[in-house]
Design a protein around this ligand. Structure first.
Ligand code: SF4
Ligand code: SF4
Length: 470
């Protein structure tokens, strides 16, 4: 299909689009292909994301998969960093930062996340691309669906659904590969030796992708996505939104290219409805801002191509703000709300970076013997028994020395020196012995300390208590 075919005005038939009712029967949307500046931007945002998603599990880092969420071992390996369960608050903090960034971007530029980078949009675009490859243009697809079943129709439908299932399978396998290890998963899946859950989740994500991007499409954005429901509260008068310039476009009406719209009493909108026919959610942007609009800018490219053909200025449908549309002056890019977001994000990033930089990859958990608070020895000394769980969260092997602090004249019974491999957790049983006359309270707080012999900063201190008979 040539560029000309994409926007041939003669071919344009008005789309049947009405008000969207929450309970109405779904009208199948046949989107028209469109090309233009914003579609190029989408290409440059979508492809790197897709490639990143599909290729990342194949990369190795320090001899293991670069991103691996190892649930049985309860460790997340992300580009050379290993996150342990103890680090989950940091991961949660990272997610909070990501959410906050999303809010900031939405306040500034509306739903650009939805339109360009949301997986639902990216995968749907990929599915639509394959649909157009196998079933043809919008008009050809509409004709095909209306036609009775034939060998040709069957062949095209089979090809389309096989392609969709293949993309769904690649997506599902990749997703599970982030948790299982992609190389092992592929071997195990085809050898029939993968666990039941691996088969289940691979199939689940294959069909979820197929159904979401192939069949449900805009329904996910309109009825299922929680973010679509509350993001309008982040909008203000200066938020960039895809809008139709009513003042310039009205009154709409068809005319010859050579006609002077002013003489006909018309605005710049030629009422071709191309903006409607390209819209993946099937709305008419000329009815104003609607929550179904995902900000994909397909209508901008469509309208710009029409304006170009008509020799009118582009931008009848464009990214603009409510302030500019209402003629209240220029958009305020730098406003207190945006500055506030930037400052808070900078603080959050700073705190996260500091924590990552100065994080001690060592964890010490102390469990007291629950059966006996203390043991009295033949010599009259009192023993308390502890189980120490020492986790060397660094990738290198280290030798650690265990010591105590805060108990005068205490003696440690058990091994004090321990060599732990990289990412090893070891349970160490120890007794602490005290003479009763050295203790003035029934329960005394003290610290266990683990110190690496080759790295001064690899040190952890944990408080516990020593108990004596009353
Ligand atoms: S109205 Fe325009 S920007 Fe909004 S979803 Fe439809 S095509 Fe995309
Ligand atoms: S806004 Fe642009 S694309 Fe939409 S109907 Fe008017 S001229 Fe056509």
């Amino acid at each position: 299909m040539s560029d000309k075919d994409l926007i041939d005005l003669k071919e344009v038939a008005p789309a049947e689009v009405g008000e969207v009712d929450l309970y109405q029967r779904r009208e199948r949307i046949y989107t028209r292909k469109v090309e233009g500046f914003f579609q190029k931007v989408r290409l440059y945002t979508g492809w790197p994301l897709l490639l990143g998603y599909y290729l990342m599990p194949w990369l190795t880092w320090d001899g293991r998969q670069a991103i691996l969420f190892d649930l049985p071992e309860r460790k997340f390996h992300i580009l050379g960093l290993t996150f342990w369960p103890q680090d989950f608050p940091m991961l949660a903090f990272l997610l909070i930062i990501a959410a906050y960034m999303l809010f900031a971007v939405t306040t500034f530029a509306g739903r650009i996340w939805c339109g360009y980078t949301c997986p639902q949009t990216v995968w749907t675009t990929m599915f639509m691309w394959w649909e157009q490859k196998t079933e043809g243009s919008r008009n050809q697809r509409m004709k095909l669906d209306k036609a009775p079943m034939s060998m040709e129709k069957f062949r095209k439908k089979c090809l389309k659904h096989s392609g969709w299932l293949f993309i769904g399978f690649a997506t599902g396998v990749t997703f599970v590969g982030y948790f299982y290890g992609i190389r092992e998963l592929l071997v195990d899946l085809f050898a029939g030796t993968a666990g039941a859950w691996a088969y289940f989740w691979t199939q689940f994500f294959t069909f979820a992708t197929y159904i979401n991007a192939g069949w449900m499409r805009e329904q996910v954005c309109m009825y299922m996505c929680p973010y679509a429901r509350f993001q309008s509260v982040m909008f203000d008068q200066d938020t960039l939104i895809v809008s139709y310039d009513k003042a310039r476009g009205e009154a709409r009406g068809s005319r010859k290219k050579t006609a002077d719209p002013k003489e006909l009493g018309l605005g710049d909108c030629i009422d071709c409805e191309l903006c409607v026919q390209v819209c993946p959610t099937g709305i008419d942007i000329r009815n104003g801002l609607q929550y179904e609009c995902i900000g994909c800018a397909l209508c901008i490219d469509a309208c710009d191509s029409v304006m170009e053909k008509m020799d009118y200025d582009k931008g009848l449908v464009r990214y603009t703000s409510e302030r500019e549309l209402n003629g209240e002056g220029k958009t305020h890019w730098l406003r207190p709300r945006i500055i506030g977001y930037v400052v808070v994000l900078a603080v959050m990033f700073g705190a996260f970076g500091y924590n990552m930089l100065y994080r001690v990859p060592l964890e010490l958990t102390i469990i007291r013997d629950r059966n006996q608070l203390f043991v009295t020895t033949d010599t009259g000394a009192i023993d308390n028994i502890y189980t120490l769980q020492l986790a060397n969260m660094s990738p290198e092997m280290h030798e650690f020395t265990l010591s105590i602090d805060g108990l005068e004249n205490a003696e440690i019974i058990g091994d004090r020196m321990h060599t732990l491999d990289g990412e090893e957790i070891r349970s160490i049983s120890l007794r602490v012995r005290m003479m009763p006359e050295d203790l003035d309270k029934p329960s005394t707080a003290f610290n266990f300390e683990a110190q690496a012999s080759d790295r001064e900063d690899l040190r952890i201190v944990h408080e516990t208590r020593f108990v004596k008979p009353l």
